[in-house]
Write a protein of this length. Sequence first.
Length: 561
Amino acid sequence: MEEAGNFIERIIEDDLASGRVPGNTIVTRFPPEPNGYLHIGHIKSICLNFGLAQKYNGVCHLRLDDTNPAKEETEYIDSIKSDIRWLGFDWGEHEYYASDYYDTLYEIAVRLIKEGKAYVDSLSPEEVKLYRGTLTQPGKNSPDRDRSVEENLRLFEEMRQGKHPEGKYVLRAKLDMASPNINMRDPALYRIKFESHPRTGDKWCVYPMYDFTHPISDAIEGITHSICTLEFEDHRPAYDWATSIDGIEHTPHQYEFARLNINHMVLSKRKLLQMVNMGLVDGWDDPRMPTVSGIRRRGYSPESMRDFVRRVGVAKVESVVDYSLMEFCVREDLNKRARRVMVVLDPIKLVIDNYPAGQTEMIEADNNPEDPSAGKRLIPFSGELYIEREDFAVDPPKGYHRLYVGNEIRLKHAYYVTATGYETDADGNVTVVHCTYDPESRGGTTPDNRKVRGTSHWVSADAAISAEIRQYDKLFSAEDPGARTGNYLDDLNPDSLKVLTGAKLEPSLADAVPGQYLQFMRSGYYMADSKDSRPDHLVFNRTVTLKDSWEKLKQKLNSPA
């Protein structure tokens, strides 16, 4: 067994060594609410819970805490499962739902009423808030707190039968309205809700509250280590109360860790849903969204995200992770796996005047110099090519090593060429560059071993294919969206998406499909779009640039004049 690293691993190892774990098998769970798509913050919890189970030969359950049918959809359930599998984890036979336990939860609620530990309350939401008190002032008892057991049983049964409208009554635990922990001041256990449930249909019109359902579900499933984020720390007394109810045989323990916060990002399902509903993004899987489906569509690899959360670590104190660390992990991984290809994003034509007319030859190129096993491919080369507009200058600045009249450069994998002239349109824009090539320089070497300082990628004009290129960037321009104005939408980055329609690609990309990691030379990492790309209209998403242009820009702006 590996040595324990974070504080949760040390707790588990102590529990295993002392025999506090039943059967000496730890059982964790990942319990998302199916009311939206998973986001990057969930990846930390997924990797932690499934990773601990793997490390200590335990079991990790997937449980959908589906207690609010008004916000839950089968679409969300399907996406959650897909995202977890994409990350490389599987729950096997251990797929559960809080709704599996509705009958048991209802029986427990009835038993609490019979024992005088729960009551039906008719206070309005506004009155409940008023009676609850504040963080510094105790609450006061509801006038309904002393209802008789018989009346509470009757009203609760009427609630279950649908005889009362939503908001008329709630079932509350009879705990302590003077508790210093506001979550222990007679928390609600059940509310009336006339919503059809994705799994139970119209069987129920009363639904258990999350803070009642979640711990009891853990207990029923035999969870040994209930791991959650720090925002639930104040809920731990309510968790411990629920799992100590008479008749519950297993008592799990809750442990809190710091959630994942990343600058330039919003990780709130409520806010993400708001952007989707307002049409500010192209759905939950928009490649700019911090959802797992969004980053997958954008071209992030699961390996890079597992590496990212490993580097972030597990701690007890909240902190904010720099966006550049995540992109660094993506680049590190894609550099090893992405196939190198030549794509000209802003093309101008390069005509080799002394190249044999009508001739096309095949040039051999490495698919990935970092991975010899990736093999090689053949690329067509002809007398008319496309190169990047920025690779030719009429009046080159000092230190410019690309093409200009009289200068020689290397065409990647192919020949040395020397610019001899150029053509312009009516506005003075360069449209064609003329050059000559050295036939003895094929492959990038010459008999006299002369050296050149510039190298350009290219695409044969005859064989080039076209595609739509989507250049994605950060969705928010501010490090802390909303901090300045109070509205996170004020910090949306207007340049988070730029679409290029005139790009020219080497013909091998005609068969590119989602899931293939690509590096467009000198541009960045890309992937075919899983939603919009098709053989007759190729669409590629930029995953990440080759270098962090944002960091370079910030350094330039902050440097002394």
